[in-house]
Design a protein around this ligand. Sequence first.
Ligand SMILES: [Zn+2]
Ligand SMILES: [Zn+2]
Length: 166
Amino acid sequence: MLQAFNGVLVMVKSPHPSLVDLTGQRFGKLTVIKRADDIVTKSGKKLVAWVCKCDCGKKCVIRSTNLKSGNTTSCGCVAKKIRRTKRDTPNKNAEDFIGRQFGVLTIEKEIKPYRDPKGNKRRRFRCKCYCGKYKDVRIDELTNGFVVSCGCLSARDFERLKEIVR
Ligand SMILES: [Zn+2]
Ligand SMILES: [Zn+2]
């Protein structure tokens, strides 16, 4: 890069030959304000970072590579929003459970939730047992291994069966 010394333009080696000035550029919700102090990794490597302003008003320091690769497009407020939406819609990830096997039960679909005496909702699934019968089971009973079949097989029987199969 060119720099002026006593009115004379001289070529000086840039300390960061690959450094691209990102000032003023936008990446998602982030606008780059200025260069931040380099981030030094555990291995001692210096990484170029930028002070950015997010559309939500927060300022943050983001690494060049994360900006350019599109990894980081906000101060973190977007990720938080997505996480919040997920929690608000518990049925959204019902698909995660469909087809999964617990004991000899296979989850077919989600059904009306169970309400415990305290009024808390618990997710329930209609499961098909290996014997062909259906059983509606609460998710916690499935995940903690309390219910492994429609009733035709006890948890102990199932453990024994697993031993045999193995
Ligand atoms: Zn933000
Ligand atoms: Zn059964």
